[in-house]
Design a protein around this ligand. Structure first.
Ligand SMILES: [Zn+2]
Length: 207
């Protein structure tokens, strides 16, 4: 996993430099289908540069942006407050995820990167899976829109928070070994008739 730092300068709008100790992770979608990391990072940098001084609603930021191709950009340090969920920013690591589909569904490359980033942050800051939340959980805003659906969110949440069990270990049960193939087939038919799954593996004996 590669995190590209494009930290915006401290300013009075979207990075005031207030300390924040990470204790939860909040997943967002950008709200603009097709917008990539570079455009979004530029937007936050423009806010930081004071381009929208009279529009407090635009004084937003995030710690991370995950791109359409799995890029991971950080624009505010983990230990400083960013602004993406009004009233719930202290202690929250925000992650904005780019998307292409109008439905708001994330691309697989984005999901893979989100998974790596979330697991890295969970481990680094001892954040439990039940503190990996949606913007929707914090404020009721329909963000990330596609994953406001509880079944979809449950699947994504499981995917991004569950540690990978790899390599998988399989335990096989053998119920017979025969020198004649026809005897093996007859026995397999009995095993299957008894309701068990069975298959034949041919093994060469080193006599
Ligand atoms: Zn959001």
């Amino acid at each position: 996993m590669k995190i590209i730092d494009k930290i915006i300068s401290k300013n009075r709008y979207n990075r005031i430099g207030l300390a924040s100790a990470p204790k939860r992770i909040c997943v967002h979608y950008t709200g603009q289908a097709g917008t990539g990391v570079d455009r979004l990072a530029l937007y936050y940098a423009n806010v930081a540069a004071g381009m929208f001084p009279d529009k407090p609603n635009s004084w937003t930021s995030t710690q991370y942006i995950v791109g359409l191709n799995g890029e991971i950009i950080r624009i505010v340090p983990d230990n400083e407050i960013s602004y993406a969920a009004s009233g719930h920013n202290d202690g929250t690591l925000h992650i904005e995820v780019c998307y292409k589909q109008n439905s708001g569904e994330f691309e697989q490359a984005s999901k893979t990167a989100l998974r790596e980033l979330v697991q890295y942050l969970m481990k680094k800051y001892s954040i439990p899976a039940d503190k990996v939340l949606r913007h929707y959980d914090l404020t009721g805003k329909r963000c990330p829109a596609y994953y406001v659906d509880e079944t979809r969110w449950a699947a994504l949440h499981e995917y991004i928070t569950a540690p990978e069990v790899n390599p998988r270990t399989l335990y096989r049960v053998q119920v017979g070994a025969f020198s004649s193939k026809s005897n093996a087939e007859a026995y397999m038919a009995k095993v299957k008739a008894a309701g068990f799954g069975a298959f034949i593996v041919e093994v060469k004996n080193n006599a």
